[in-house]
Design a protein around this ligand. Structure first.
Ligand code: GLV
Ligand code: MN
Ligand code: MN
Length: 408
């Protein structure tokens, strides 16, 4: 059986051109959500969508959609991901899924193919959440889980608000979020972990996305003289923060399995060599595929923090930045990925996703699924993130196969 195939060279060239925007020394990218670099990327994507003849719309939270018409006016099959990055992002996290979707649509154009359903290519706003929490902001608003007003009011780590920044870069669009209802959603993404590479496989059929708990802790102690203050009189916010970081690590180690824990941001004030820190601000990221275990981890940490704060005479305020339960994708969507991979002679396995994705939000409103391709060294959220061209091409061909199957 012959298949329509994507043009691998064209996909790689587009990735290269796009990644000139926000390029970092060492090979990665910084396109933080709603920054000038994000705007440049959006402009380029819209230009490319229009060159393909897609009908482009931008909704009020800045999600960009390019629609390829179908023979019938049915709900479209949607594919996509995001083009924003973390501050020290790689070249493929998010962008690959969007540009592979674009490539799949151009390949359909080249083949003169008409699908029964329309196909929508989506680039969701602020998937990363590095600048504005929670992550997956655009898809959350799209599915109606977060109101536009609440989303606009969110302040970033630099103090700017989502609403102001969207207007500043010209991407507070006219379309109503959620106006495009997807028949089904598939997101192609790099694995960002080591499993596929370790096992020498091409394709991951993602079974679900693990649950996630993000919080910001603000520890108020008392600043003082680093030489003259006896240890027994200290209320040292830096020490308390360090104990919390160690506890996060201990919980992950003791729980084992899929439990992970990260302290990704830690700021001390006043931050001087000879002054006891009076305040510490830190973030904690806990994740597990099992919701009761994730709740256990949260409770263990909260108990530890309360006891530590009492012992050290400091106050700790905890603010939730994001909390999402694990998501299981429908069995039909998972097996469809393996079937399409097999039909194209590609090896695959099922696996869960450690990272968060727009697909986990889309799963609330339509059958959703994900395709993974290997990440060299399992590295991601790192400028050295890399996936070999052969795997990038294979993943895009599976995405095209899934589009053809769902849209026919
Ligand atoms: C978001 O992409 C995350 O998993 O941190
Ligand atoms: Mn991503
Ligand atoms: Mn990411």
């Amino acid at each position: 059986m012959t298949h329509t195939s994507i043009n691998g060279g064209r996909l790689l060239r587009r990735l290269e051109t796009f990644n000139e925007i926000g390029a970092l020394p060492g090979g990665g990218n910084c396109r933080l959500a709603l920054s000038d670099e994000d705007r440049q990327g959006r402009d380029l994507l819209v230009t490319w969508m229009k060159e393909l003849g897609l009908a482009v719309s931008v909704d009020a939270i800045g999600n960009i959609f390019g629609l390829r018409a179908g023979a019938e006016s049915l709900d479209p099959v949607m594919v996509g991901s995001h083009i924003d990055t973390v501050g020290t992002g790689g070249r493929y996290d998010g962008l690959y899924g969007v540009l592979a979707g674009l490539e799949a649509l151009e390949s359909l154009n080249d083949a003169g193919a008409t699908t029964r359903r329309p196909v929508a290519l989506a680039a969701f706003t602020n998937e990363e959440g590095s600048r504005f929490a929670p992550f997956a902001l655009g898809s959350l608003v799209h599915v109606g889980a977060l109101s536009l007003d609440d989303a606009y009011a969110i302040k970033g780590i630099d103090g700017a608000s989502v609403g102001d920044e969207l207007r500043r870069i010209g991407y507070a669009g006219a379309a109503r979020p959620g106006a495009i209802k997807a028949h089904a959603y598939f997101e192609l993404h790099i694995e960002q972990g080591p499993i596929l590479e370790d096992e020498g496989l091409s394709i991951g059929a993602v079974e679900g996305v693990q649950g996630l708990s993000w919080s910001e802790l603000t520890i108020e102690g008392q600043s003082g003289h680093a030489g003259a203050t006896p240890m027994r009189l200290r209320h040292d916010a830096a020490y308390v923060a360090a104990e919390i970081a160690v506890c996060v690590r201990r919980i992950a180690r003791e729980f084992g399995g899929y439990q992970v824990g990260t302290v990704g941001r830690l700021e001390l004030q006043p931050g001087l060599v000879n002054v006891i820190a009076g305040r510490a601000t830190m973030t904690v990221d806990l994740r597990n595929i099992d919701e009761p275990l994730l709740q256990d981890a949260e409770a263990r940490l909260a108990t530890f923090v309360a006891e530590l704060a009492a012992r050290e005479g400091v106050s700790v305020k905890t603010r939730s930045l994001a909390r999402f339960a694990p998501v299981i994708f429908p069995e039909t969507m998972v097996s469809m990925v393996q079937e399409v991979a097999q039909a194209r002679g590609l090896s695959s396995r099922r696996l869960p996703s450690g990272a968060g994705h727009d697909a986990q939000m889309m799963a609330r409103v339509c059958p959703s699924g994900m395709i993974f391709v290997p990440s060299v060294g399992g590295l991601s959220h790192n400028v050295r993130e890399y996936t070999v061209p052969k795997d990038l091409e294979a993943g895009a061909n599976v995405l095209l196969g899934l589009i053809e199957r769902l849209a026919r």
